[in-house]
Design a protein around this ligand. Sequence first.
Ligand code: SF4
Ligand code: SF4
Length: 94
Amino acid sequence: MVSVVVEASKCTGCAHCTDVCPVTVFELKPLSDPAFKGVKNDPAVEAKFKFRDKKSIAVRGSDCILCEACLFECEGECITITDDEGHTYKSVYK
Ligand code: SF4
Ligand code: SF4
């Protein structure tokens, strides 16, 4: 099964992942969501991009079809996808 993980400390909430994913893997959640308790914004990402009042969670990672669209659109370079064979793909912002 494919898995998708967002590293919350680097997620700016830019919504690019929710915009491009054809199978609705991601959902934006408010910072008050328990999933973000204790998460501190990554200073290196914060120096480059504005952090919004939400962050993304990969709620349906097993639906991912590995189209790779999100991997090129993620400001925080914080998405990691692992395929059935254990190969990992990391986001690189273009
Ligand atoms: S690679 Fe997967 S999670 Fe990313 S946009 Fe494509 S289907 Fe969605
Ligand atoms: S594209 Fe990346 S930085 Fe932007 S909301 Fe999605 S996971 Fe967060």
